[in-house]
Write a protein that binds this ligand. Structure first.
Ligand code: CA
Ligand code: CA
Length: 203
């Protein structure tokens, strides 16, 4: 399109050069004017069509984003995520291995919960729907180095139950213990347990 525009501008330049040199409008010059005018009309239509097409593309993309957001919000509401301190939590009561639990949390918009302090730990435990163990996002795939699945950061707050947290290379996933204490236990990742997901996205 730029090339067409440059050619047209050159033609227009030539015509105006001719106009300056001639005392009156000749038939030949009139024909050139008509031809340029027609070409400019075609160019304008082409630009108008392009703008219309771009506007339509942008409109469709905005609509898709709005629809995706609506779906996400409705999915959150359907799943009954619970809100605490700006984050949302989902208690999965279908028992899964740690890895499948983490996979499900990712599919629905989060990770297994990252518990950073006593208040969050207490809130998560108190809001469980069942008095049972729940996987959290803690693993020591490098033995003894407990990290959070959501950001791979080393865990600092770790309220291990007595005798837990150092049970060796076959016990690499963390869970909230089912007892009344607010403590955690390390467990083989292949055990099938309930789980708690956390998401930064809250509707
Ligand atoms: Ca957290
Ligand atoms: Ca371990």
């Amino acid at each position: 399109m730029m090339l067409v525009l440059v050619i047209l501008l050159n033609i227009i330049g030539l015509i105006f050069k001719d106009v300056g040199a001639l005392p009156c409008l000749t038939d030949e010059l009139k024909t050139k004017f008509d031809a340029v005018r027609k070409a400019l009309g075609v160019l304008q239509t082409s630009i108008d069509d392009k703008i219309e097409s771009l506007q339509s593309d942008v409109k469709n993309k905005v609509k898709k984003i709005d629809d995706d957001m609506d779906t996400l919000v409705s999915d959150f509401q359907k799943r009954q995520w619970k809100k605490y301190n700006g984050h949302c939590y989902y208690y999965g009561n279908d028992k899964r291995t740690w890895f499948l639990a983490e996979q499900n949390c990712k599919q629905i918009g989060g990770n297994l919960a990252k518990i950073e302090d006593e208040a969050e730990n207490k809130w998560i435990k108190d809001n469980r729907s069942e008095k049972d163990h729940y996987w959290i996002g803690l693993t020591d795939l490098n033995e003894g180095e407990w990290r959070w699945s959501s950001d791979q950061k080393v865990a600092t707050y770790k309220p291990w139950h007595s005798g837990s947290g150092n049970n060796g290379v076959n016990y690499n996933c963390g869970l909230i213990y089912h007892t009344t204490s607010y403590t955690w236990v390390d467990e083989p990742c292949t055990s099938k347990l309930r789980y708690v997901c956390e998401s930064h996205f809250c509707y």
